[in-house]
Ligand binder design. Structure first.
Ligand SMILES: Nc1ncnc2c1ncn2[C@@H]1O[C@H](COP(=O)(O)OP(=O)(O)OP(=O)(O)O)[C@@H](O)[C@H]1O
Ligand code: NI
Length: 345
């Protein structure tokens, strides 16, 4: 077994604001294997984007700062690299794709020129070779007539086609890891699915690891190998995608899944709101919204990640610790009705 490509341990990223210090990412750990697709999922404000941006120092600083943890990528701790060393990692070995393709493209240059720039950053090739590579990449991400479209400018492409161009640009350097943050959220629903399939295909073809950040569990079901569930700056649960949908363990994960059409009671959102990120509560961050919360959930630190079922399935919930009965959570029973009556969900 080879080491994972990326191992993040105890990552802590904060923002200094007028309202106080925002603990956006507060002790987050996860790993990504080579060629694997890991999805980070959670409600808005959970710290998904900041986690992805922290990897290659993209967090705006000030006000943001990575204050703790290690980010081991291919054996090196990225936090210890100088700015120039990190520059050679960013875009080259770790590429980012964001929600809005507009932001990644320069309106002044043809898309071919921009992809060529990305190619030559990585490899010492002639202009004609770089151009051929740009056409090939555009072709592979599904741009029709790539050899003609290569000379077009960003405004000549639709939103979905622009995002394909951005993905081609990200792939130009043959990165080991692609970090895609809500890459389909700004696009039409039909285009979304095409882009997701594209990501999945290129990921397999190029053997690139993919860290996909999304609030959309439908997206997760479509592409993930493994899932990291975040809430209020913490990891709540981590599991293989089938295991997660089959036996979600944390009440937060269960609540998220219940919002999916055709599951649970069909609620569209979880009741209540995320805690104040400048003053997170003691205990489990989710306790105020959790139907099963008991005193132990309201005190101390976020519970440690412990196994739940499958070997690679871990959860940060009091009920999975020794001395507690996890069926209280998985059967949807509240602690107040002591299990004598199963409330059907
Ligand atoms: N530049 C900033 N200044 C202050 N606070 C910030 C800044 N950027 C992010 N935050 C805060 O950090 C926390 C995590 O934000 P983040 O954008 O990572 O959430 P997210 O899970 O990606 O949500 P979304 O699904 O809406 O994209 C939030 O409380 C957010 O308000
Ligand atoms: Ni985000």
């Amino acid at each position: 077994m080879s080491d994972p490509l990326l191992v993040v341990e105890d990552l802590e990223t904060r923002f200094r604001t007028d309202r106080g210090t925002v603990r956006a990412v507060d002790g987050v750990s996860f790993s990504v294997d080579r060629g694997e697709t890991v999805c980070v999922v959670g409600e808005s404000g959970s710290g998904k984007t900041v986690t992805g941006e922290s990897l290659t120092r993209l967090v705006p600083s000030p006000p943001g700062e990575v204050v703790g943890g290690t980010i081991r990528f291919d054996g090196r701790d990225l936090r210890r690299l100088s700015e120039s060393e990190l520059e050679s990692v960013r875009g080259n070995r770790i590429a980012h794709v964001f929600q809005n393709p507009q932001d990644a493209l320069d309106p002044v240059y043809s898309v071919g020129w921009q992809i060529r720039e990305a190619v030559t950053l990585h490899r010492d090739v002639s202009t004609s070779e770089a151009r051929a590579r740009a056409v090939d990449l555009l072709d592979r991400v599904g741009i029709p007539d790539a050899s003609v479209r290569v000379d077009d400018y960003p405004h000549e492409f639709s939103g979905g086609m622009k995002q394909r161009v951005v993905i081609a640009m990200a792939l130009a350097a043959e990165p080991d890891l692609l970090v895609a943050d809500e890459p389909t959220t700004a696009l039409d629903v039909t285009i979304q699915m095409q882009i997701l399939r594209l990501l999945r295909d290129v990921q397999a073809e190029f053997d690139t690891a993919l860290l996909l950040i999304t609030h959309d569990l439908g997206v997760v079901a479509e592409v993930a190998d493994r899932v990291v569930v975040m809430y209020a700056g913490k990891v709540m649960e981590e599991a293989d995608v089938y295991e997660l949908f089959d036996s979600p363990s944390h009440p937060y994960t269960r609540a998220l899944l219940d919002c999916l059409p055709g599951r649970g009671e069909g609620a569209r959102a979880i009741g209540g709101r995320l805690p104040d990120p400048t003053d997170p509560p003691d205990g489990c961050r989710f306790h105020a919204r959790c139907p099963h919360a008991v005193e132990a959930c309201r005190t101390g630190d976020q519970p440690p990640m412990v196994p739940a079922g499958d070997a690679d399935h871990t959860v940060s919930c009091v009920y999975y610790q020794p001395g507690y009965d996890e069926s209280v959570v998985t059967n949807g029973r509240g602690p107040e009705n002591d299990g004598s009556e199963v409330v059907d969900g």
